[in-house]
Design a protein around this ligand. Structure first.
Ligand SMILES: *Cc1c(COP(=O)(O)O)cnc(C)c1O
Length: 378
């Protein structure tokens, strides 16, 4: 590959992994669907490929793009974000102890509660914004410190540099779920993390039409190689067509993030002054408890926010029901704006406040979005 690596992230997003196809000169990458590749005379891999589960050219383009965007030595792609998470956790030597946030992606909470104990992995949940609490949780032993920032759905900000220092002082690997921020806003490896995890289903794909996950590693060491080997043997690999769609998303990621953030900022300014809103959770607000850390480790504050309404659960459900442009649906990071009552989807013991709605700000004209919010609040 001849693209220099000292390029800025916006250029990396457009070019890395998108090199012109040497066979045809095609400017857009081909999708390689082959499951098997011809051997050489001695049974060797002629072009570096043998069987799709063990690697294929379209996936390799995406892995290269994600590694370059995160400033990582190597990256792996998975069938989903949860496949990436479980691929990492299940590669830990056991018994293991994991310290993770009490406010994190619900799928990880369920996985940790239902599947990790049987694998001799114990989990301590802690408020990651409280460094003293993290230090005491780590003092009990820690093999993996898990960070998610901004967190879901309260948009808490964790200080990646401070947490990495604590984790490393206790001999832990430090991993960060960077799904909400994307490498265009935060590059956790630059702040000391060892591994970055993505649900590429969200902003990377960007169009709510492709599931995927990724891990990016600061070192291509034995652990990274073990995770790769496990993936290729257990088989939760990303399909080539999904890799191709995600690679397509990479090309516009920088432009989309800029507009997502600009739209979110205007919506936050509108909502923060509205009498029907009790509270807006968004790290770009100066009074947000994580604002200073966010300003240090993020290039912009993202397009995920949550609001808490005056009048409790009924007001929240009523507002979600009245919106015409925002779709009431889960997930995030697509072109269309989404809104969701988190407590309703969290099962019998929701951790989200009942008056909370989570918003993924999309790429519509922001004045239409604000008018829609205004009519739903009146
Ligand atoms: C969606 C999501 C995941 C899980 O990813 P899937 O692609 O749905 O498996 C993990 N972390 C965060 C922050 C997410 O938003």
């Amino acid at each position: 590959m001849n693209t220099p690596h000292n390029l800025r992230p916006g250029t990396v997003a457009v070019h890395i992994g998108n090199e012109v196809d040497p066979a045809t000169g095609a400017v857009a990458p081909p999708i390689q669907l082959a499951t098997t590749f011809r051997h050489g005379a001695d049974g060797e891999r002629l072009n570096g490929y043998e069987y799709q589960r063990e690697g294929n050219p379209t996936n390799d383009r995406l892995r290269e793009a994600i590694a370059a965007l995160e400033g990582a030595r190597t990256a792996l792609t998975f069938a989903s974000g949860m496949a990436a998470i479980s691929g990492l956790f299940e590669s830990l030597p056991t018994p293991a102890r994991v310290v993770m946030p009490n406010d994190c992606y619900v799928g990880l909470q369920i996985y940790a509660a239902e599947f990790l104990p049987a694998r001799s992995i114990t989990v301590a949940r802690v408020d990651m914004t409280d460094l003293h609490a993290v230090r005491s949780a780590c003092a009990g032993g820690v093999d993996l410190l898990w960070i998610e920032t901004p967190s879901n759905p309260l948009m808490r900000i964790s200080d990646i540099a401070a947490l990495s220092e604590i984790g490393h002082a206790h001999g832990a690997l430090v991993a960060c779920d960077n799904t909400f921020a994307t490498p265009l806003l935060t590059r956790p490896l630059e702040h000391g993390a060892d591994i970055v995890m993505h649900s590429t289903t969200k902003y990377f794909g960007g169009h709510s039409d492709v599931l995927g996950g990724a891990l990016a590693f600061v070192r291509d060491d034995d652990f990274a190689k073990l995770v790769a080997h496990r993936l290729h043997i257990t088989g939760a690999v990303l399909a080539p067509f999904s890799a191709w769609l995600t690679l397509r998303g990479c090309r516009s990621l920088s432009a989309r993030m800029a507009m997502h953030c600009a739209n979110a900022r205007k919506i936050v300014d509108f909502l923060a002054n509205h009498p029907a809103i009790e509270r807006v959770n968004y790290p770009g607000i100066a009074s947000h408890p994580g604002h200073e850390v966010a300003a240090r480790q993020m290039r912009n504050f993202g397009a995920m926010l949550s609001i808490q309404l005056v009048g409790g659960r009924e007001s929240a459900l009523a507002m979600a029901g009245k919106l015409r442009i925002f779709t009431n649906a889960t997930s995030l990071g697509g072109c269309e704006s989404l809104i969701e009552h988190r407590a309703s989807v969290e099962g019998p013991n929701p951790s989200s406040p009942q008056n909370l709605l989570r918003i993924s700000v999309g790429l519509e004209d922001v004045d239409d979005l604000i008018e829609d919010l205004a009519q739903a609040l009146n």
